[in-house]
Design a protein around this ligand. Structure first.
Ligand code: ATP
Length: 472
């Protein structure tokens, strides 16, 4: 793609060295640049002459309340704007995307990344592919707009508000939170409330694709490009062109795959295996992980540039134990959905509700769903009693007892359990002790158990166990 010849770029930044170098490099790339050191000078320049693009710092004189962003977008909405900041913050990122900026980059920015972003912004504005911000209807509350998401506690309402703002603007999003907290539910909601809703929401489970097949699964391949490529295969990214790609368990992606993903995200192009011409896609990337990616970056296990690319908007889901009485609302929602056909169960005893409130829910909402499905199947009356709950949840109501299931708890009291429950408990305890022994290292634990990494991930997910809790 060639730079738009003679495009005029306004660069506003109060770091003299950064301003000079960026201006020089962009001039060498064929652009005309005007450099200013504060928001006031930038607004003056905008009044004086036409521009095709604004590159703006956030923390500079005259821009404490993002004045350049507001006035720039308000008075010259046809000029795309790229924000570059050394001090990222969620409120400023959200405000930026809400105002329809073209990109949000974090310093230090590699010049080729900046150039890529500049080119994309200019091409998009010339083809007038403006993101339509879905009209929000004030009379409808967030809960009405997102009926599939149970959220009443203040943290979740705040989170829904963020979801609502970012859904309509086309930025990449990172969702973190313990296993089972609803990361996929949130990602789907963002897609459903975006302009991409008519196109595909493609789930890509990073633990389910072996490293050697990542490129061909994601980008596709042509027949004969490697042993086993018996026919042409369209890649997963192609399938969600104009839609959303949801990368689940992103923290598990090996280094080589991280590099390939970064390139696809930055350039929105990729080359199918065995093909020479690149393919262009228009995809929004939403990624989720239950790992602390900042720690993974610090430990050298996750690419810093990929983390920054994805983390422009970072949504952190609170664990269920921190959501107050949302647990009771979730339980009420799940009961009619999950009870067996023909069952007359219609409620929970008070003691059962107390267990729900007191238990830790390490597997979060997924664990709650499983517990309710099981309890409604076991209930002998029209009310779920404490005795119908899994042992770990039952123990929560007994003072002095551990809230979470441990090895001792799983083997004691076996005589009171059903066969299925005893096997489940033993498997849970086995996985916990394996992870304890291998300090949360999934590869080592899988090897000892005679499982593949993917197999181990599936089992841990089923039991709501987070390997990260065992890392030392
Ligand atoms: N706020 C919510 N309201 C209603 N149901 C929810 C909510 N959050 C999650 N769920 C339900 O809980 C279950 C787990 O949610 P989900 O798969 O989105 O979690 P996750 O964080 O992506 O899990 P993992 O990290 O293991 O992939 C799903 O059945 C989902 O429908």
């Amino acid at each position: 793609m060639n730079p738009t010849p003679s495009a005029r770029i306004l660069i506003a930044d109060d770091e003299p060295l950064y301003l000079r170098t960026t201006g020089e490099l962009l001039r060498k790339a064929g652009y005309t640049c005007v450099c200013v050191a504060d928001a006031g000078a930038a607004l003056h320049a905008l009044h004086e002459a036409p521009f095709d693009l604004i590159l703006s710092d956030l923390n500079m004189p005259g821009n404490l309340k993002l004045e350049l962003l507001h006035e720039g977008r308000g008075n010259w909405p046809q000029i795309p704007m790229i924000v570059i900041t050394g001090v990222p913050s969620v409120p400023s990122a959200i405000e930026s995307v809400r105002l329809g900026i073209a990109d949000y980059l974090l310093k230090p920015v590699k010049f080729e990344d900046l150039l890529g972003s500049v080119r994309r912004a200019l091409v998009q504005s010339s083809s007038t592919t403006k993101v339509e911000v879905a009209p929000t209807d004030d009379s409808r509350t967030l809960n009405e707009r997102y009926p599939e998401i149970i959220a009443r506690c203040p943290q979740m309402i705040e989170l829904l508000d963020i979801v609502d703002r970012v859904a309509a603007v086309d930025t990449n999003i990172l969702i973190t939170g313990e296993s089972g907290t609803g990361k996929e539910v949130i990602a789907r909601a963002i897609h459903q409330h975006s302009a991409r809703r008519e196109n595909r929401f493609q789930v890509i489970d990073c633990t389910a694709i072996p490293e050697s097949l990542f490129e061909s699964a994601l980008f596709g391949h042509i027949k004969g490009s490697f042993t086993g490529a018996v026919k042409d295969q369209v890649g997963l990214l192609n399938q969600c062109d104009r839609g959303t790609a949801f990368f689940d368990e992103l923290g598990e992606l090996p280094a080589t795959s991280q590099a390939k993903l970064l390139r696809a995200i930055q350039e929105q192009t990729f080359t199918p295996v065995g093909q020479s011409t690149p393919v262009q896609v228009d995809t929004r990337f939403i990624c989720a992980t239950n790992r602390n990616l900042e720690l993974e970056v610090a430990a050298g296990r996750f690419r810093r540039d990929l983390f920054y690319r994805l983390g422009v908007i970072h949504i952190e889901l609170p664990p269920l134990r921190d959501r107050g009485d949302d647990v009771l609302l979730l339980a009420e929602r799940f009961l009619p959905q999950l009870k067996p056909a023909g069952s007359s169960v219609s409620g929970f005893s008070d003691a059962t509700l107390r267990c729900f409130q007191q238990y830790d829910w390490p597997g979060n909402i997924r664990e709650l769903r499983n517990a309710i499905e099981r309890a409604t199947a076991l209930a002998r009356t029209d009310c779920v009693e404490v005795g119908d709950l899994p042992e770990a949840v039952r123990q929560a109501a007994q003072p002095g007892m551990r809230k979470t299931l441990d090895v001792a708890a799983s083997v004691s009291g076996l005589e009171n359990s059903s066969r299925d429950e005893a096997i489940e408990n033993a498997e849970h305890a086995y996985l916990s002790s394996l992870l304890e022994k291998h300090a949360g290292n999934i590869s080592q634990a899988a090897q000892q158990a005679g499982l593949s990494r993917q197999g181990m991930h599936k089992l841990l997910k089923k039991h709501g166990i987070a390997a990260a809790d065992y890392r030392r």
